[in-house]
Design a protein around this ligand. Structure first.
Ligand code: GRF
Length: 203
């Protein structure tokens, strides 16, 4: 059973996919903390509906460098979190947050990395005109969406009429990939060798 901490900024549908994976016993774990960086995050209502403790940590309350990340680490460590999931968390994890959880922090990105890193990945893919995009679950490192790739799903977007449609098409695949990777973390370990990631199930 793993103790999961989720960081989110928005509606929290990826967070929900983890909660559902636990309920449906695909994931052997518990979400012990949701941290959001804005009181507007829809993820909060999902936490409330599922009895998950949540914490609002706003940048304005931690103006100095690293202060906000240190507060988040304090929360996650206080909850003895094994795995940190960035699920639509719209901030870069600074070294204060990254170091204590290196190798135990993952992110979901709505494109096939290394294509279209950073913000508005679905719009980047649409504007570029690629026929296939998708989603990537990867370890977090100090770069922007540059960590070793854990899981990817390709999605055909060639007939999408706008970036919104691309987002809608990719989203359910994000949920599946997220669930699968968190489930795997709960039942084994990912071994990182350079840029390659290999999974070892617990026997
Ligand atoms: C997802 O598309 C995620 O990949 C991106 O932001 C979106 C968050 O959606 N980085 P949600 O808050 O999980 O519903």
């Amino acid at each position: 059973m793993i103790r999961i901490g989720v960081l989110a900024s928005g509606r929290g549908s990826n967070f929900q996919s983890i909660v559902d994976g636990i309920k449906e016993k695909e994931i052997d774990g518990e979400v012990v903390a949701l941290v959001v960086d804005t009181p507007e995050a829809g993820a909060i209502e999902r936490a409330q509906a599922n009895g998950i403790p949540y914490f609002i940590v706003e940048k304005k309350d931690y103006p100095g460098k690293g202060g906000m990340d240190r507060r988040i680490v304090e929360i996650l460590k206080g909850k003895k979190v094994d795995l940190v999931v960035l699920a639509g968390y719209m901030r870069i994890a600074g070294k204060e947050l990254l170091e204590p959880f290196r190798g135990r922090m993952i992110n979901i990105h709505p494109a096939l990395l290394p294509s279209f890193p950073g913000l508005d990945a679905q719009k980047q893919a649409f504007d570029y005109g690629v026929r296939v995009s998708g989603c990537t679950v990867h370890f977090v490192d100090e770069g922007t969406d540059t960590g070793p790739v854990i899981e990817q799903t390709a999605v055909y977007i060639g007939d999408c009429k706008d970036a919104h449609e691309v987002s809608e098409r990719i989203l359910p695949f994000e949920h599946k990939a997220m669930r699968k990777v968190v489930a795997n973390f709960s039942k084994g370990k990912y071994v990182v060798e350079g840029r390659k990631v290999r999974y070892e199930a617990r026997l």
